[in-house]
Design a protein around this ligand. Structure first.
Ligand code: C5P
Length: 450
C-alpha cells in the first residue's frame, strides 16, 4: 500500500467510520426486501462461500456483501490477509459472518489437519473481494506465502475475483499480464467499474464491483440454470455515436457508456448471452460479453440488426439524432475569408424505433431510455408509444443532477402499467434492478404462455 499522509489517513478513517457505522452496529437484520421474491432471497441456501478479503479500501463493500450473501441463505467464512487487518478486524468480520475468521497460515489450532486444504475443499466457491494488485500478482505466480494464497493454490472450486485498485495500478502492464494469466487459469472476474476512487481527486477504472453485482455473479456461477436470464440473448447499446464532419472532426454528446456497459455486465452475470453494441467510450470491453464497436448511428443500427434475433433489447446508447448530410472527405480548412462551412444536417435512423417496430424479429422485451431536461414523464410516456418500446427508463439529465457522465442515476421506469420511481442509485445497481425486472417479466410471460 502506498504511504498516506496523516491528513489522508484521518480523512479515510472518518469516511470508513461513516460508511461502516450502520453495519458496525452489528445490525444483522437483512436489508428491506423491496420487490424481491422469496425464491431470490433463499437462492444461495446450502452454499458455503469462502470470502478472502485483501487489503484495500473497498473492504467496506465486502462487509455489505457478507450481509447480502447471508440474507440469501449462504454460509460465509472469511479469510483476512495481513494487509486487510490494517482496515478491518477479524472481530468485525466474524460478527457479520457468524463464523470464525481465518488469518494465519500456521495456526496451531487449525493446521494440525491441514486447515488451508480443508478451507479450500469445504467451500463451494471462493470469492476474493477486494482483490488488490498484490494478491492478483501472487495468485498469477502460484505463490502460497500466506493463508489466502495457500487456500487459492489448493482450491478445486470456482474462484471469483472482484479487483479493486487505483486506475494506474489496474492499467499497469504487469497487472494486465497477471489478469491474462489468471483468466487463462479459469479464474472468473466481476468488475472493476469506472468511477471515483476513495482517494480524493482520483477517478478511473478500478472501483470494486457493487455488492449486488458480485452477488449476481456468484448466483450465476453457483446456480447457472436459476440465473434469471439463463438461456436468453440480450442486445444492449451503449455510449454516444460520433458523426463525422470531416476526417478529423465529428458531432458527439457527453454519454460515457457507464449505464449501458453496467447493464451488459449485469445481464451477463445473470446468465444471459449478451451482445453489446457500443459507440466510442473509454471503458474496457466487459468480460464475458460479445462487444461490437461502432462509430456512427447507422453503423450501430446495422450491428444491432445483425445481432438479432434476441429475447431482450436494451437501447441505452445516446445516439446522435442528426448527422452531417455530406461529410467532407478532406479536412475542412479556414480560407481566411471569414466564411464558415455550411453544415447541413439530416436525421439519423432511430434504432430503438426500428427494433421496437421490427416486423419479423422484434425481441420479446424492448427497453429504451429517455434522457430529458424538462417534462420528463410526459416526454418519456410519449416516447414509449412513439418508438414501440415496452419500457422506458426515464432520467433527468439537467446538468445540476450530474447524471450524464456521473456514477449514479435516478430512474422512473415507465411500463404499460404505470410509473415506478426508483431511488437515486449507483449505475451498477440500476443495472441490477433492471435485469431483475426483466427476469421477472420474461418469467411471467413464459408462465402466461404455458
Ligand atoms: O429520442 P431520444 O434520443 O430521446 O430517445 C432515447 C431512446 O431512443 C434511447 O433508448 C436511445 O438509445 C434510443 N435512440 C435510438 N436511436 C436514435 C435515437 C435514440 O435507439 N437515433
Amino acid at each position: 500500500m502506498a504511504k498516506r499522509s496523516p491528513e489522508t489517513k484521518r480523512n479515510l478513517a472518518v469516511e470508513i467510520a461513516a460508511i461502516v457505522d450502520p453495519i458496525g452496529g452489528i445490525d444483522l437484520d437483512p436489508p428491506p426486501r423491496g420487490d424481491r421474491n422469496a425464491s431470490e432471497i433463499t437462492m444461495l441456501r446450502g452454499n458455503d462461500i469462502l470470502l478472502i478479503i485483501a487489503g484495500g479500501i473497498a473492504f467496506y463493500k465486502s462487509l455489505d456483501l457478507i450481509r447480502r450473501l447471508r440474507e440469501r441463505g449462504a454460509a460465509v467464512r472469511a479469510i483476512l490477509t495481513r494487509a486487510a487487518m490494517e482496515f478491518v478486524t477479524p472481530l468485525a468480520v466474524g460478527a457479520l459472518t457468524g463464523n470464525k475468521v481465518f488469518t494465519e497460515l500456521f495456526d496451531r489450532q487449525d493446521e494440525h489437519d491441514i486447515g488451508h486444504i480443508r478451507l479450500a475443499r469445504e467451500a463451494d466457491l471462493i470469492v476474493v473481494a477486494p482483490a488488490t494488485g498484490d494478491i492478483l500478482a501472487r495468485m498469477a505466480h502460484g505463490r502460497a506465502d500466506d493463508l489466502a494464497t495457500a487456500v487459492l493454490l489448493a482450491a478445486d472450486k470456482p474462484v471469483l475475483v472482484a479487483p479493486a485498485m487505483n486506475p494506474l495500478m489496474w492499467r499497469h502492464p504487469a497487472t494486465q499480464r497477471n489478469l491474462a494469466t489468471l483468466r487463462g487459469d479459469g479464474i472468473r472476474f466481476v468488475g472493476p467499474n469506472a468511477g471515483e476512487m476513495a482517494e480524493s481527486g482520483e477517478a478511473g477504472l478500478g472501483r470494486m464491483a457493487e455488492p449486488l453485482e458480485i452477488v449476481a455473479a456468484i448466483e450465476a456461477l453457483l446456480r447457472p440454470s436459476a440465473a434469471v436470464l439463463a438461456g436468453c440473448h440480450v442486445i444492449v447499446t451503449s455510449g454516444p455515436t460520433h458523426e463525422p464532419i470531416d476526417p478529423v472532426r465529428y458531432l458527439a454528446n457527453r454519454s460515457s457508456g457507464k449505464q449501458g456497459h453496467a447493464i451488459a455486465i449485469a445481464a451477463a452475470a445473470a446468465g444471459a448471452r449478451v451482445s453489446l453494441v457500443t459507440g466510442p467510450v473509454i471503458l474496457p470491453d466487459p468480460f464475458g460479453v460479445a462487444t461490437i464497436h461502432v462509430e456512427t448511428a447507422r453503423e450501430m443500427l446495422e450491428a444491432v440488426e445483425a445481432a438479432l434475433p434476441a429475447d431482450v433489447a436494451v437501447m441505452a446508447a445516446a445516439v446522435a439524432d442528426w448527422r452531417v448530410a455530406k461529410a467532407s472527405s478532406g479536412k475542412l480548412k479556414k480560407d481566411g475569408s471569414g466564411q464558415v462551412p455550411p453544415l447541413a444536417l439530416v436525421e439519423n435512423p432511430d434504432i430503438l424505433a426500428t427494433i421496437g417496430r421490427h416486423h419479423t424479429l422484434r425481441p420479446a422485451l424492448v427497453v429504451g431510455f429517455a434522457a430529458e431536461t424538462a417534462d420528463l414523464l410526459a416526454n418519456a410516456r410519449a416516447k414509449r408509444l412513439a418508438k414501440g418500446a415496452d419500457w422506458i427508463l426515464a432520467n433527468d439529465v439537467s446538468p445540476e443532477g450530474g447524471i450524464m457522465g456521473g456514477d449514479e442515476n435516478a430512474i422512473h421506469l415507465i411500463t404499460g402499467e404505470g410509473v415506478e420511481d426508483w431511488p437515486r442509485l449507483p449505475k451498477g445497481e440500476v443495472a441490477e434492478r433492471l435485469v431483475a425486472r426483466i427476469g421477472e417479466a420474461l418469467r411471467a410471460r413464459r408462465e402466461a404462455a404455458e
